[in-house]
Design a protein around this ligand. Structure first.
Ligand code: HGY
Ligand code: MN
Ligand code: MN
Length: 421
């Protein structure tokens, strides 16, 4: 074409800037940073608002479009040459665990943002728009369940129901979201969800396998299934000094028996089942009052759909059979079937890693990710990079600048290939 820009021979991956990507991580990690070097940036907290504001500021400086949808997912869009083409999405989450690390979630958002910057630096146009998304409340530690933003986007959760969820202080998602958007205002995207042509999420592995074999890239094949429950054991408050044990309705005693029975129910010689009681609260929590209520959570995971169903469906019966004189209420909060990623995305990630001479291996994900929901909407996949000793959901979580950049290079060329198909 006369006057057309000279075709750049620089590839997106070669325009990825390792130093800038690392600096963005360190700047983001300050928001909610903890004394032990981790991050506490829970969903819709002031720290989360500050992180959103920082990403939006970086995006606006580059001329990218920024918008938030009705459930608080934050989108950064780099237009394509064909504005009507269905976009390619990449991203992850900015919210963290209370004792979280600097890379869980943030890597996927910042690697995606680095791809947009690299494309802009190299003046590479893509046919399809590419959007980076920071999904709201992936962790599910403040508001349960997790993956609320991606779940609503994919139509798996009802937005009105999700806006009513409360945290332990009784604050609703709706009110916390309003406060967040006030602190970090962006244009609003009407409604929820839109057609997406493909999705790739970059994430640290959160396990030790890549590091153990010395590989840099994980071509993620899928994610194990997961089920979350809330359990309330209800007895009767009474005086610790005057109430004989034989007449007590001691919610703590019953809850301990229930958890013990559930651990036996979930026992698995192959150590494939993942069963965690992460939160266990007694009420009123006074040393000289027999607990009248205990609230605890169950996080149960398994790669086999039939086992997930059989053992998960047994939770209610086991709880009721071991509650003694107390009542017990089991509430199912989420049920996500095992996810299998799209072969064409896996092939693209694997071929790109090979072309970039990055040692890689196919591997499943033990951790849950927003990609579980995006896989219901479009061809989806993930790219893993190593983290030190596989440690995550821990303030000591660590990764190297070169591994983060390597994963970002694979992401860059993979996204461009999807955006130009
Ligand atoms: O719990 C998970 O698997 C994810 O890291 N939030
Ligand atoms: Mn994560
Ligand atoms: Mn996590």
């Amino acid at each position: 074409m006369v006057g057309a820009r000279p075709a750049t021979d620089i590839s997106a991956s070669s325009a990825v800037n390792e130093k800038r990507l690392w600096q963005r991580h360190m700047a983001m990690a300050k928001l909610g940073g903890t004394l032990k070097g981790g991050v506490n940036r829970q969903a819709l907290s002031p720290e989360d608002a500050a992180a959103r504001k920082l990403l939006a500021t970086w995006a606006k400086k580059r001329g990218f479009e920024v918008a938030t949808d009705a459930i608080g997912n934050l989108f950064v869009r780099r237009p394509g040459t064909d504005a009507k083409a269905r976009p390619i999405l990449t991203g992850s989450h900015l919210d963290t665990q209370p004792t979280g690390g600097r890379f869980d979630g943030a890597y996927g958002v910042l690697a995606g943002f680095e791809v947009l910057e690299a494309l802009a630096d190299a003046k590479i146009a893509t046919r399809r728009p590419i959007e980076v998304v920071a999904w709201m409340n992936e962790e599910g530690s403040r508001f349960q369940p997790g993956c609320v933003g991606s779940g609503v986007f994919a139509g798996s959760y009802d937005v009105a129901k999700m806006l009513k969820i409360t945290d332990r202080a009784g604050v609703k998602v709706r009110d916390a979201l309003a406060a967040t958007l006030k602190a970090a205002p962006t244009p609003r995207r009407k409604g929820i969800g839109f057609a997406v042509d493909g999705y790739i999420e970059a994430h640290i592995e959160q396990g030790p396998r890549l590091e153990a074999v010395g590989h840099t890239i994980g071509v993620v094949t899928g994610i194990q299934g997961s089920r979350r429950f809330a359990v309330d054991v209800v007895g009767e408050e009474s005086h610790a000094g005057t109430t004989p044990l034989r007449v007590r309705k001691d919610a703590l005693k019953s809850a301990v028996a229930v958890v013990d029975a559930l651990q036996k129910h979930m026992h698995d010689e192959t150590d494939t089942v993942r069963f965690t009681v992460g939160r266990f609260e007694t009420y009123p929590g006074s040393p000289n009052t027999v607990p009248g209520r205990v609230h605890f959570t169950i996080d149960f995971r398994h790669p086999d759909s039939a086992v997930l169903q059989r053992l998960g469906d047994g939770v209610d019966d086991v709880a009721k059979a071991h509650a003694g004189p107390c009542d017990v209420r089991v509430t199912g909060l989420s049920y996500v079937e095992p996810t299998v990623f799209a072969p064409q995305i896996m092939d693209l990630v694997r071929d790109t890693a090979r072309r970039l001479a990055l040692p890689n291996m196919d591997m499943p994900s033990g951790a849950g990710h927003d990609a579980m929901y995006m896989a219901k909407l479009c061809p989806a996949g993930m790219i893993f990079v190593p983290c030190a000793r596989g440690v995550s959901h821990n303030e000591a979580e660590s990764a190297t600048p070169s591994d983060l950049a390597a994963g970002c290079r694979v992401l860059a060329d993979s996204l461009v290939a999807l955006a130009n198909r």
